[in-house]
Design a protein around this ligand. Structure first.
Ligand code: CFM
Ligand code: HCA
Length: 530
């Protein structure tokens, strides 16, 4: 593998090679704490990356799934269209029946708005959205040109809110704000924390949890809900899969925050803990063993014998039922190798599910995660903050004089932190044994070389590289939108995933097709040098 990395770096101009070197790690050390990787840096211009923009992270990822809100994209229509349900975040309306998730709202800025300013048009759009739909809240998302011309979206939102009497959340999430969609997550977290969470006090009875960083792609949230409800655990609010605005406003009253995707929502969890005393636990609901382990974390936190008994009962029942269904797939998938290059958390989460099926992850990486997603949350404070990250506001948070209430005693909290039940995410690297490869923000060149060298049986990835991979006769499963399948979370989801993966890997077609570039080169060129 080291030879492979050297060879790949030789293909780049010297300056590019120097930058990429720190983003590629061959796992060697027995002790993962001795290994480190660079992440969350600018992609070198000219390299084909899988990353998206800040607006995608804010509107598309964090806010978009809240279906009883109208989300207005302030900008030219192209950006609005891209976010139109392309992410498969499913939504069922609450009792009020409000559901705008299939709509696409945009101010459709034209040249004259860019020249003379788009504030009036935005104000009009908010008014029209309110009068037509009466949503539970409205959000406004600024795209690149809005930031460049300087429309004051915050002022327009404040004015509209006062005039119409509906909450209007405005996000300065211009696409260029960060090095990837990750900046948009942070911007979304900040405003949700400041203007939504904690705005309504309503006691939540029972063992209540919020689920953070789960976006109900392909119905995942509903399988998770089924299992938690069966255990007797109440989901107070979800951020933001199948999310309802109202439940987010009182989410500070829940007992525990469960974090699925640490990358997109750790900011909100940390701030809620400081201000309201609600602790967080990192969970992974992808994979049979991971699901059970996560349930046991919840049991450990609440420490109620009756709840623990119920949880153990559910685990036993669900595992037994799923085991029978998985067995035939495991036979066919045992020992198959996989590579995972996805977003900021799934490249790690799906390794658990692959291992449940007897498969072996040989290489993995995130598109835009930070070093703590690789190395663990304990290093978060030690990461050097560069100019790009400094762009995003870091809120100063203090305990709320009235609403702060610690959920557990300081002694118990410490104990649970030491057991890694609370306040800790161990990251991807410790789960990747020596001899595997970790690549951050992988380029298409690197991916192609990796396919040729490691010859994996399947690659879990996204639309931007799916067909590049399949032209090498290697099946590629989209792990963002599940190739229109799912759910893949929880117990039932594991069976759906196994079925899909088996169908792809064991399909004889891969051995029969001959890619055109095997016969003759379609295009040839030299990479520039400096
Ligand atoms: Fe979190 Fe996500 Fe992901 Fe993400 Fe995304 Fe996504 Fe993803 Mo696509 S929030 S980091 S910005 S788990 S949209 S639901 S699938 S890249 S791995
Ligand atoms: C995004 C959304 C995306 C893209 C998926 C892909 C998603 O990054 O803006 O590249 O296949 O999950 O829909 O991550």
């Amino acid at each position: 593998l080291e030879e492979f990395v050297d060879n790949i770096l030789k293909k780049y101009p010297a300056k590019v090679a120097k930058k990429r070197k720190d983003h590629i790690l061959v796992r060697k050390e027995e002790d993962p704490a001795r290994e480190s990787i660079q992440a969350n840096n600018r992609t070198v211009p000219g390299i084909i990356t899988q990353r998206g923009c800040c607006y995608a992270g804010c509107k598309g990822v964090v806010l978009g799934p809240v279906g009883d809100m109208v989300h207005i994209t302030h900008g030219p229509i192209g950006c609005g269209f891209y976010a139109w349900l392309t992410r498969r975040n499913l939504f069922k309306p609450g009792e009020d029946g409000k559901n705008y998730s299939t709509y696409c709202f945009s101010t459709d800025m034209q040249e004259q708005d860019i020249i003379f300013g788009g504030e009036k048009k935005l104000k009009q759009a908010i008014k029209e959205a309110w009068e037509t739909f009466k949503p539970n809240a409205i959000s406004v998302h600024a795209t690149c040109p809005v930031g460049l011309i300087g429309d004051d979206v915050q002022a327009v939102a404040r004015e509209a809110e006062a005039e119409l009497g509906v909450k209007v959340l405005a996000f300065n999430c211009e696409g260029y704000k960060g090095v990837s969609q990750s900046a948009g997550h942070h911007i979304a977290n900040n405003k949700l924390f400041n203007e939504t969470v904690g705005t309504k006090d309503e006691a939540i009875p029972g063992y209540s949890v919020n689920i953070l960083g789960e976006y109900n792609i392909g119905g995942d949230a509903w399988e998770i809900e089924r299992i938690l409800e069966k255990c007797g655990i109440k989901i107070a609010a979800t951020f933001s899969g199948d999310g309802k605005y109202d439940s987010m406003t009182s989410s500070h009253m829940a007992s525990l925050n469960l974090i699925m995707c640490y990358r997109s929502i750790n900011y909100l969890a940390e701030m809620m803990e400081t201000k309201y005393g609600i602790p967080w636990a990192k969970v992974n609901f992808i994979g049979v063993k991971a699901m059970s382990k996560s349930l046991r974390k919840i049991a450990r936190f609440f420490e109620d014998p009756e709840l623990t008994r119920r949880i153990e009962e559910v685990i036993k029942e669900e595992e037994e039922s799923v085991e029978q269904k998985l067995a035939p797939y495991r036979e066919r998938l045992q020992g198959k190798t996989a590579m995972l290059f996805v977003g900021g958390s799934r490249a790690h989460h799906y390794q658990d599910l692959l291992r449940d099926l007897g498969m072996e992850p040989v290489a993995a990486g995130y598109e835009f995660a930070h070093r703590d997603d690789y190395e663990g949350s304990h290093i978060a404070g030690k990461i050097k903050v560069d100019a790009d990250s400094r762009n995003i506001e870091e809120l100063k948070v203090e305990p709320d004089p009235e609403k702060y209430s610690p959920r557990v005693s300081p002694e118990k909290k410490k104990e649970l932190e030491q057991e890694s039940v609370l306040g800790h995410y161990h990251g991807m690297i410790p789960d990747m044994p020596p001899g595997t490869l970790v690549v951050d923000d992988i380029s298409h060149l690197e991916l192609e070389e990796l396919i040729k060298t490691l010859k994996p049986d399947i690659i879990l990835s996204g639309i931007k590289d799916k067909y590049v991979i399949e032209k090498f006769n290697v099946p590629s499963k989209q792990i963002h939108n599940y190739d229109y399948s799912g759910p893949f979370a929880g117990y039932k989801g594991a069976v759906n995933f196994a079925r899909d993966i088996d169908m792809m890997i064991n399909n004889p077609a891969w051995k029969l097709a001959v890619p055109p570039f095997e016969k003759k080169p379609l295009l040839s060129a030299d990479l520039g040098t400096d």
